[in-house]
Design a protein around this ligand. Sequence first.
Ligand SMILES: Cc1cc2nc3c(=O)[nH]c(=O)nc-3n(C[C@H](O)[C@H](O)[C@H](O)COP(=O)(O)OP(=O)(O)OC[C@H]3O[C@@H](n4cnc5c(N)ncnc54)[C@H](O)[C@@H]3O)c2cc1C
Length: 365
Amino acid sequence: MSATEVVVVGGGIIGLSIAWRCRQRGLAVTVHDGGGDDGAWYAAAGMLAPAGEAGFGQEALTGLLVDSAARWPEFAAELERETGIGVGYDSVGTLSVALTGDDLAEARRLWAYRRELGLGVDPLLPSALREREPGLSPRVRGGAHAPDDCQVDPRRVVAALRAALGPAVLRGRIEADSAGSDPSAGGGTRLAELVAARPGRAVVIAAGAGTAALTGLPVRPVKGLVLRLRGAPGLLRHVVNGWADGRHVYLVPRADGEVVVGATQEERADSTVSAGQVLELLRAATDLVPELGECELVETVVRHRPATPDNAPVLGAVGGGVLVAAGHHRNGVLLAPVTADLIAELVATGKSAPLLEAFAPGRFG
Ligand SMILES: Cc1cc2nc3c(=O)[nH]c(=O)nc-3n(C[C@H](O)[C@H](O)[C@H](O)COP(=O)(O)OP(=O)(O)OC[C@H]3O[C@@H](n4cnc5c(N)ncnc54)[C@H](O)[C@@H]3O)c2cc1C
């Protein structure tokens, strides 16, 4: 494909990153976004965790996570240089911790697998854990340091990308071609009109959980709730990713004293926040770091991760000048740099990087 003009549908972290990289290659770019903060990025904790997210049997995805993590320092530095907006990239690493003996046994199984893959996971005794993070409960039985698992603030990243792209980001949903029968359709531009308007230009669908309606690809919403607490800056230094009596929880501290506590994961599309789920997250969080109970609860937020049947993204051309970059599920923030680089390369040169092969949209038939 040779394209001199690119239209991106979806202005979440993936669509904006692609648009930014395309523009840096000299392409004329427009982004159409539903607008506001309805994307998953608004809830995302911002963990960049290639080791913490390496699941059994997901070697291709793990390779992509590792590749993208290596691109983050330059991606963040370039974005900060261009916009003057700090994105909160922090490379102090993650502490993976286990509260009980059973939690520790489960954690050790995962750490062993991740070390086999060559990922950085360094086991620590409880005393060494508390030296690094004095706020951890004395009940914590063990843990490990993942030096390559970093963090960034996704809201700041999106603010910086929006600033970098300026008026190229337009408000307004693009409707599916079948939207005529859908009473909720807003009468906006149809995808087919967008594609037909100027032959030769590339249309990249990066609409998160909205991608299924536009493309028919199996991208489903997976509901996630996170809490934001506010306490004294310095209460935590590392991201803490832990198990507390079989409950998984992560704590992501920001420099200003905010701590993101996450996250639930449910196969649902509603946005209800239940008291029970808030309680469960806070119970697990305070079991690991008791002092979090003193913080102010400033926000509960639900958004929907865009997930595919194999939980890996769909990246590549679907024909007729249309490309897709969606389905990043739990790792869209981490995967933004590699997705943006490779999709921009595909748009600009027509060359599909070998790394994209395992994530081709065609794998779903
Ligand atoms: C609770 C939670 C915690 C998370 N934590 C992390 C984390 O720590 N690390 C990590 O890497 N990832 C995390 N994620 C996952 C990450 O947020 C997503 O993978 C990522 O946001 C996907 O990016 P996206 O741009 O594809 O979709 P989104 O961020 O959902 O953005 C999609 C955009 O497309 C727009 N859109 C949709 N339909 C249309 C349409 N028809 N026309 C125009 N625009 C449209 C929407 O308005 C939205 O702006 C988390 C997600 C959740 C929910």
